[in-house]
Each structure stands twice: as C-alpha cells, then as structure tokens.
Design a protein around this ligand. Structure first.
Ligand code: CDP
Length: 243
C-alpha cells in the first residue's frame, strides 16, 4: 500500500486554492514622461516599471554596434515593507536587476537599434513577496507599451513549496513558514509563444519530481497572467486607433 504523504500546510493563510493567484490589477501609462510604463499588482505586492530609450549609449566604448543593450534597475521603495528599506542599491537589488535583465533580454529584439541602450526602471512601492516576478510582469508590459520590438511576451510567477504543499503566487507569510520542510520559493518567467523558461530560481530544497510539478503549476498560472497582459495592451492599441 502506498503511504499518503501528509503536509503540515493544508489550508492557505489567505483562503486561496493552492493554484490560485492573488487578485491582479494591471495599468498602463502610469508614468506619462516615460516612453512606456505599467503597474502590475498581485495582492499586496505592487510593481511599477518605466522604460526610457532607445537612446545613444554613453560612454561610447560600451556601445555595441550590432545591437542595442537592455539595462534593468530594480529597487524596493523605503516604505514598501514595515521595516524601512535603506534607499540605494544593495546586493539583493543588484542580483534581481541582473536576472530581470537576462530574462527580458531573451524576449526583446534591439538589433534595429545599434549603439543604444534601453533602460527599464522597476520600483516596488509595496511588497508582500514575489516582487521580482511582479517587476518582470510590469516591465514586459512597459517594454511593449514603449514600442520596443518583442519576439514574445514574458509572464512571471513565484511558486512556493510550503512544507510539502505546492502553492502558486506565494505571499510573505507563506514564505516565512518554518515548520516541517519550511518554505521554498521558486520564481519563474515563461515566454508567451515558445513557453521557454526565461528565469528559474530556487531558494530552498525540493525533489526533481516536485520541481517539475512546480514548473507545470507556474506555467499554468503564467497563462492567466499573459491573458491580462495582452488584454491591457490591446485596450491601449484600440484607443490609439480610435483617436
Ligand atoms: O520579492 P521576491 O520574492 O522576488 O524576493 P525575496 O528576496 O525572496 O523577498 C521576499 C519578500 O521579502 C519581499 O517581497 C518582501 O516582502 C520581503 N523583503 C523585506 O521585507 N525586506 C527586504 N529587505 C527584502 C525583502
């Protein structure tokens, strides 16, 4: 007889189903002075992304004559969590900026803009876990809004393993779960057409089989996020056409 594996996490702290995303809000054009901008909110985690460029890259010796370059700058605002965050870069913000840059670079095409740079500024005014994935969702929409050529859209989600239970769109209380196997955070980003994984990070411990299951859950959740991203971008296109 197969012994059933019991998990200590049987019910989510906010009443969601295990595969349920938090309520999502998406807004375009939140920063009118930027070429493109978007806000992406899931529950109490909110990200704002603004795009500047393409502009000529200075210093000149860093320019690439073959293609434009993407730069991402991620930061949490000082009052985004209860304990004040020190303003300015940290090791964490630099890591998140880099992984976001790599993920977004895989879906944009700056070959038509040699020697230029496109800057994406991601700010987190409110954080309740999953800020890097919320930032990626906002940034992908903002890049499309700015008219940057994109091969595909990008959608991102953090899947969690709380003790032995997999949950989609992990929140901070779940991330802080200490009993049993504790909490494992698995942020991931999926491309819209090829369904490639553009970002996959793992903070904790998980079996290979469970990881496969987590990716499957994440991919499904990304489909729902993609629908909302496409919907908001279509609305703006329709508006422009009707003006
Ligand atoms: O935000 P994300 O899950 O992508 O990254 P993390 O480094 O795993 O951070 C998880 C959460 O911890 C953040 O979303 C914040 O809610 C919180 N946090 C915090 O309270 N203070 C920090 N200095 C960094 C993160």
């Amino acid at each position: 007889m197969v012994k059933k594996i019991e998990s200590l996490y049987t019910k989510r702290n906010d009443g969601r189903a295990f595969d349920e995303i938090r309520p999502i809000k998406v807004e375009l054009g939140v920063i009118p002075s930027a070429e493109g901008s978007a806000m992406f909110q899931t529950g109490d985690t909110r990200a704002i992304a603004a795009v500047r460029g393409p502009r000529t890259f200075h210093p000149q010796h860093m320019q690439n004559p073959e293609t434009g370059i993407l730069r991402v700058n991620y930061g949490m605002m000082p009052f985004s969590v209860w304990e004040r965050i020190r303003p300015g870069p940290s090791r964490r913000s630099e890591e998140i900026s880099k992984v976001s840059e790599w993920a977004l670079s895989s879906v944009i095409d700056l070959s038509g803009f040699p020697n230029t740079v496109v800057d994406v500024f991601v700010q987190i005014p409110q954080a309740d876990a999953g800020t890097r994935v919320a930032g990626l969702n906002a940034a992908a929409i903002a890049l499309a809004h700015a008219g940057i050529p994109m091969k595909e859209m990008l959608s991102a989600i953090a899947v969690g393993k709380i003790d032995k239970t997999l949950v989609v769109d992990i929140n901070k209380e779940e991330e802080d779960f200490k009993e049993g196997e504790g909490s494992t955070d698995i942020p991931m980003a999926i491309t819209s057409r090829k369904k490639d994984i553009a970002l996959l990070q793992l903070d904790g411990k998980i079996s290979p089989d469970k990881l496969k299951e987590a990716i499957k859950m994440g991919k499904k959740a990304c489909e729902k996020i993609l629908e909302l991203q496409v919907k908001v971008l279509k609305e703006i296109n329709n508006k422009v056409e009707n003006e």
